[in-house]
Write a protein that binds this ligand. Sequence first.
Ligand code: PBG
Length: 339
Amino acid sequence: MTERPVHAGQRGGYPHIRPRRNRRSPWARALVSEHALSPSDLIWPLFVLDGTGRREPIPSMPGVDRLSIDLVAEAAREAAALGIPAVALFPYTDPALRTDDAREAFNPDNLVCRATRAIKATGVDLGVILDVALDPYTSHGHDGLVRDGVILNDETVEALIRQSLNQVSAGCDVLAPSDMMDGRIGAIRRALEAAGHHDTQIMSYAAKYASAFYGPFRDAVGSSSTLKGDKRTYQMDPANTDEALREVALDIEEGADLVMVKPGMPYLDIVQRVSETFKVPTFAYQVSGEYAMLMAAAERGWLDAEKVMMESLLAFKRAGASGILTYFAPRAARVLNSR
Ligand code: PBG
């Protein structure tokens, strides 16, 4: 290599190259913008509550309410009108129905099954994604079955299969296993095929970390007070990245159609590595704690809510995400539709 001094007036560098030329006006910036957000990138998580005409605010998630099934159906209509392709439903299960064996998860008339049928009855073109994990149904708040303080893998997978088949019978389009048990994607896929459900998609929470950013979600589904201990024997260690690639590889091999990284913003490096490595549809979950942080700062006037919302969502696209699960979905879609 020969040394090439870069002086003013010589080839290369300033002032021949002024990167600001491409930023000098809105049209010039629009021409070179590399990534764009659209309502079709968004998945809207909704919390379902029993009853009718009920809307219950979640204090740690300002602007997010638990909704009764009739209002969930209304939100689904709104989602479709906004161009949001899918909603993800999570139940607030009556504490009296939470048991050690999570049997409410297998009830064809549980909240998420009824809400799915109500959404499908509206006739709107909208995907319904249902979580597969036992935590909204267990008395101890864990995603799996527990014996002597140990989360049982294979017994839990059997329960997850029952939960999956129950949810598919109610009409859900996408199963989203969020439990992090070993082998559950393959086991659920085999059960779906055996039952003739060849078209049910699986969106695997493939790289899901044991994160403190899920706090407000656990308030929303009512598992904060019941959860004993932590989830570190099944959710991933925040210190690891290579392990995320192994988890994603396994889930793809076992039959996942879509993979997810969770949480989102603190794990953008993982989103990028996964999307670059596997070239499969990769989703990021901007989780409850991320939403709460931004909203709390905005409430204090420390951040501009709308701007940080749009910037944080665009960051996921930049990292290579195909889509984002976000509590901002309807608000962001309204902003995008008004541009
Ligand atoms: C349940 C589940 C959780 C989230 C989605 N599915 C919580 C957990 O694993 O404890 C978190 C979502 C969020 O924080 O927004 N397994």
